[in-house]
Design a protein around this ligand. Structure first.
Ligand SMILES: Cc1cc2nc3c(=O)[nH]c(=O)nc-3n(C[C@H](O)[C@H](O)[C@H](O)COP(=O)(O)OP(=O)(O)OC[C@H]3O[C@@H](n4cnc5c(N)ncnc54)[C@H](O)[C@@H]3O)c2cc1C
Length: 430
């Protein structure tokens, strides 16, 4: 029988589920304290989700935005990493049910992040693409390239055109960034690769239900971003919603439908909560209700941090934004609280310090907001690159990204146009 095989010690055991931004930030701090740390993740690597869209559009290799968890903690004796999926939690007997067996905990930290939310639309779940993991980004890269390969073979004009069309649902940072990157492929790369195809027929749509794209930013930044997108040939529809998609026809509220072989759903996420909690603990967006110390409602020894956690305060009635800095700051505060627990000191409440937000639309184009400072264009784009580069885990990855970006910038190229693992499409067009 397989089991996690974690050595017994006199130290209290903290099990962290999830090696994302929140989980690894916490573990890096806790290994310095007198606890036994167990980190469980279903992947053996940490993934840098903000750059997934560049993997999906051939701009970066997957290895440069993912980092092996074991390499983050070399030769540390009080952390035990296990590649496993947590299936459930037994809060009474204080153990986890995992794909490698039972695991007891003294303290449990849920840092499982979020998954794509299709809001119960089964068609969307079946036919649309999500972009929450390296695997999904590679699927998207494959299908985009496969579609052009297939378009070459098709005589029926209508079918050929729909193979070239791409619809992105959701005008948040992810939707805006991926739309921009696909538009740059259309302008600089694809016509060279597929000279037999007519790229004036390729349409990129970005559809947002809100009145404006980047609605979490100011009107000024979102107007600027929309202008960038439209100048790049992207058709931006705001204040309308996509109702359905059957793998070919995109049905849109109060608008004619669109034919497209690829629909990327970037319009919602929900907390990835392992089973075992009562429904009262799960709240808006399928997130776990926590108090201001990140303790899960009703438990003193179970915590949730990052995208999966939901803390309401007078300043955050709808919870904190699901972005990396929130998870990392919660991890910092929680590590400090674990230290205080050892010293029998009272816990300190979490307070989010919002450093600002940014999104890039393409080469030399981005919008940045930091406190009262708002700017766009080339300087914003440089700031965006610098912040993302510095946030990447691992020197090798940072260097690889810097070199690839430099190459792409000067060569007007997104060179990683490889169909390594062909995607088996659910809808056939020939
Ligand atoms: C495309 C995209 C672009 C983004 N861009 C930005 C950006 O520009 N700036 C920004 O601040 N934020 C951005 N975000 C959001 C940011 O990535 C998240 O806020 C952040 O990753 C949340 O960190 P986390 O640690 O809570 O979860 P994650 O980083 O998602 O990590 C969760 C971990 O838990 C593991 N896991 C989940 N369930 C289980 C289970 N049952 N068993 C074992 N392991 C499990 C997963 O494998 C994963 O490693 C973006 C997100 C996406 C998808």
């Amino acid at each position: 029988m397989i089991k996690p095989n974690i050595p017994e010690t006199n130290l209290k055991r903290i099990v962290i589920v999830g090696g994302g931004f929140a989980g690894i930030t916490l573990a890096k701090k806790l290994i310095k304290l007198d606890y036994q740390i167990v980190m469980i993740d279903k992947n053996n690597y940490h993934q840098f989700q903000p750059l997934l869209y560049q993997v999906a559009t051939g701009g970066l290799e997957p290895g440069s935005i993912a980092y092996p968890l074991r390499k983050i903690f070399p030769s540390h004796k009080n952390i035990h990493i296990r590649l496993a999926e947590v299936k459930g939690i037994d809060t009474i007997s204080q153990h986890l049910e995992t794909s490698i067996g039972h695991l007891n905990y003294d303290y449990l930290v849920i840092a499982t992040g979020a998954v794509t939310n299709f809001f119960g639309n089964a068609n969307m779940e079946k036919y649309a693409f999500g972009m929450k993991s390296v695997a999904e980004a590679l699927d998207l890269r494959s299908i985009i390239l496969q579609n052009f390969e297939e378009a070459l073979l098709i005589e029926d004009e209508e079918k050929r055109d729909l193979l070239m069309n791409i619809v992105i649902v959701g005008g948040g940072a992810t939707g805006v960034e991926v739309a921009g990157a696909i538009s740059e492929m259309k302008r600089y790369v694809l016509p060279k690769d597929f000279p037999e195809l007519d790229f004036t027929k390729m349409n990129i749509y970005l559809i947002e239900s809100n009145e404006r794209v980047l609605s979490a930013m100011s009107v000024e930044s979102s107007t600027k971003a929309k202008k960038y997108l439209e100048n790049m040939g992207i058709q931006v529809f705001t204040d309308t919603r996509v109702l359905d998609y059957d793998g070919e026809t995109v049905t849109i509220k109060d608008r004619p439908s669109i034919k497209a072989a690829v629909l990327l759903w970037a319009a919602g996420i929900k907390g990835a909560v392992p089973t075992g909690f009562n429904t009262e603990v799960i709240t808006r967006g399928n997130r776990i209700k926590c108090n201001q110390y990140n303790q899960v409602d009703g438990f003193e020894n179970i915590f949730a941090i990052g995208d999966v956690a939901f803390i309401t305060t007078s300043e955050t009635p709808n919870g904190h934004p699901q972005v990396a800095p929130v998870g990392m700051q919660q991890a910092d505060n929680l590590s400090n609280n674990f230290d205080r627990l050892l010293k029998n000191k009272p816990l300190v409440a979490f307070k989010y310090f919002d450093k600002g937000s940014m999104a890039t639309v393409g080469r030399n184009k981005a919008v940045v907001e930091m406190s009262i400072l708002k700017f766009g264009g080339f300087i914003a784009w440089l700031a965006w690159m610098f912040v993302h580069l510095m946030s990447i885990v691992g020197f090798r990855n940072r260097l690889a990204i810097l070199m690839t970006w430099s190459y792409n910038y000067f060569r007007y190229d997104q060179a990683l146009r490889l169909i390594i693992r062909p995607f088996e499409r659910k809808k056939k067009f020939n």
